[in-house]
Design a protein. Structure first.
Length: 603
């Protein structure tokens, strides 16, 4: 990736995206709407390519994953069962002076001297305000500026000639209670639920409340039984879905990185609980935590599957041009993990806005999370809907029956403990939970269980932004008169490039060149996104395609008709020139071979 200064690069990227029709601000003619973005002609193609590649690699190219396309609005009980109604919130606070809104957990840690005031009075009217207020100053700064800010705060509460009351100074370390921009105290953080509410039907009462889905995943859990029964898949298998998700983010930021409407590509990969694997294969194998573990094995437990999916996803990113050195990894700590999750690895991309640590290293920001979610989601829906989410596994029933009694007891006991933990943590009274967990353990011995799940969950829009940032590069060229010009080249991997090939007649006013170029274009467009351009000098047209990220330009020139002039192929006719975007190199191939040549490189 090119390395201009971070925000300069983001500004250049955003300006290119608008100028070339990748990304526009939603509702721009009305001043825009924060956190919403539209994809223009090139952006729409880029996005479509990314989604098709994900869909193809996740479903069509695998025997063990099928697809789903569910509705955006679902029964609100789904979001109660999943925990989103109660807990899908971010802490929000406002600046007491400017009213600017912050996500409380994202405020940078600040240290310094906090000047507290118990209130203020108006020296002309004797009116008093007894609301406490504080201002944080960097150590060593004179307190006068804190007093000035405090006077502004009390003036907003109706005082004219402000006299501050009850001043005291306190040393503060690593606080998130002050506005980093002006030092003003913030309101206490309050949880803000991120789901967009709407009403289903005309009456718009509380009973009609529904939510725009904040993730695509829950539909997969809700439809698990239908998919399992109709797809003839056996655990382990996965269900993939991509589509819109909506979150009323407190502070959308970093261009499209944190949006309020975005798209997700999610896989729920259902696996057997480790106790079932052990009963069938004798033991649960683990895999080395480095590199791809190879083809899935029946003896894999959740750890091996989790590692496998992290590595599969890294392969996907590498296959579309994000090299390993542009990615990072964050394994969530026990404190960060949701209570039901066993592990979660985030794949990060080093965005231009990603922060550097003290050594100057960039960790990156989340592109995708791969979580091992145990059997929590299906269990929640089973309890909430009253419909069984369990499956019957004949192989397990047979294998369990052949185990020695002490092994049966050991596996049943482990499964019992795991189910008991889930049930008690979900608020089921202990006695009731014990009986239910015992029933589950007895069920395991008969081949019944609720599948566990590994969830690779990626954001389309974040990936688009990563691909744009990764592709962005500038070249400076000096012409014969010594004039330099810097222009942008988007070095997309051909698989994701919005336009795969541009077909250009060398000269517009030569009818035979124009007709041949048009015919070649027509022969390609049914197979890939092709573009035909005859306007302007050939150099300008190449530059336009470089800026759009088109990997190949095909030029029809005089040698196409007259035959190659020099070299071993001299005299050969009906050839075209292919120009490569990244190094400007040109090669000549037979027009009849063009489609095959291109397909081998763009798929
Ligand atoms: N079902 C799990 C889930 O939704 P998440 O980490 O909240 O997990 C998964 O979201 C992915 O969705 C993220 O890694 C990110 O790529 C994308 N995503 C989440 N919130 C987003 C937002 N506000 N704007 C753009 N993408 C977002």
């Amino acid at each position: 990736m090119a390395e201009p200064k971070e925000n300069v690069l983001m500004e250049k990227l955003a300006s290119l995206c608008k100028r070339r029709g990748f990304i526009f601000q939603s509702s721009e003619i009305y001043g825009g709407i924060q956190g919403f973005w539209d994809y223009g002609p090139l952006g729409a193609e880029l996005k479509r390519n990314v989604k098709e590649l994900w869909w193809s690699s996740m479903t069509r190219m695998r025997d063990d994953v099928v697809g789903l396309e569910a509705t955006i609005i679902m029964h609100p009980a789904i979001w109660r069962a999943s925990g989103h109604v109660d807990t899908f919130s971010d802490p929000m606070c406002d600046c007491l002076l400017t009213k600017k809104r912050f996500r409380a957990d994202q405020i940078e840690l600040q240290s310094g001297n906090a000047y507290h005031f118990t209130g203020a009075k108006d020296t002309t009217s004797a009116k008093e305000v007894s609301e406490p207020y504080a201002v944080l100053l960097a150590a060593g700064k004179p307190p006068e500026s804190a007093r000035k800010t405090a006077a502004q705060f009390y003036a907003q509460r109706g005082l004219q000639a402000v006299e501050l009351l009850g001043e005291r100074m306190e040393k503060v370390e690593n606080s998130q209670r002050f506005n980093p921009e002006n030092g003003s105290l913030l309101t206490p953080p309050v949880p803000f639920n991120l789901m967009f509410k709407t009403y289903v039907g005309p009456t718009a009462t509380e009973a009609d409340v529904a939510y725009l889905r904040p993730e695509t995943a829950q539909a997969i859990f809700a439809q698990f039984k239908n998919v399992h029964e109709t797809s003839r898949q056996k655990v382990p298998f996965g269900v993939a879905q991509m589509g819109k998700a909506f979150r009323n983010e407190v502070t959308p930021r970093n261009y499209t990185f944190r949006s309020r409407e975005f798209e997700q590509m999610e896989l729920e990969f259902f696996i057997k609980p480790d106790e079932a694997v052990e009963a069938i294969t004798g033991s649960v194998t683990t895999v080395p935590e480095t590199g791809h573990p190879g083809e899935p094995q029946p003896s894999w437990g959740w750890q091996a599957w989790h590692h496998y999916w992290v590595q599969e996803r890294v392969r996907f990113y590498e296959g579309i041009g994000l090299s390993l050195d542009t990615l990072g990894f964050h394994r969530q700590t026990p404190a960060e993990l949701a209570h039901y999750a066993r592990a979660c690895t985030d794949i990060l991309f080093k965005f231009p806005f990603s922060k550097r640590d003290e050594q100057g290293n960039v960790a990156g920001d989340e592109l995708e999370g791969i979580a091992a979610r145990s059997d929590f989601d299906l269990s929640q829906h089973e309890r909430s809907s009253g419909k069984s989410m369990g499956i019957f596994d004949e192989e397990l029933r047979t294998a369990f029956g052949k185990l020695p009694p002490e092994k049966q007891t050991e596996l049943k006991d482990r499964y019992y403990q795991a189910r008991l933990k889930y049930l008690t943590k979900s608020g089921v009274p202990v006695a009731e939970a014990g009986a239910a967990a015992q029933e589950d353990a007895d069920g395991l011995a008969k081949g019944q269980y609720i599948p566990h799940v590994i969830e690779p969950s990626a954001g389309v829009d974040r990936l688009i932004l990563a691909l744009l940032a990764n592709a962005f590069s500038e070249v400076t060229e000096t012409d014969a008169k010594g004039k330099s010009e810097t222009r942008v080249v988007l070095k997309f991997h051909p698989r994701v490039a919005p336009i795969k090939v541009a077909v250009l007649p060398l000269l517009k006013n030569k009818p035979e060149l124009a007709a041949k170029a048009r015919a070649i274009f027509e022969s390609l467009r049914g197979h890939m996104m092709a573009f035909h351009d005859e306007a302007g000098s050939i150099g300008r047209r190449y530059a336009r395609q470089d800026e759009a990220g088109t990997p190949f330009c095909v030029t029809v020139d005089f040698e196409t008709f007259e035959g190659i002039k020099d070299g071993p192929q001299a005299g050969v006719k009906d050839t075209v020139t292919i120009r490569h975007r990244d190094d400007g190199k040109q090669e000549r191939i037979a027009a009849s071979e063009l489609l095959t040549w291109l397909l081998a490189r763009v798929r």
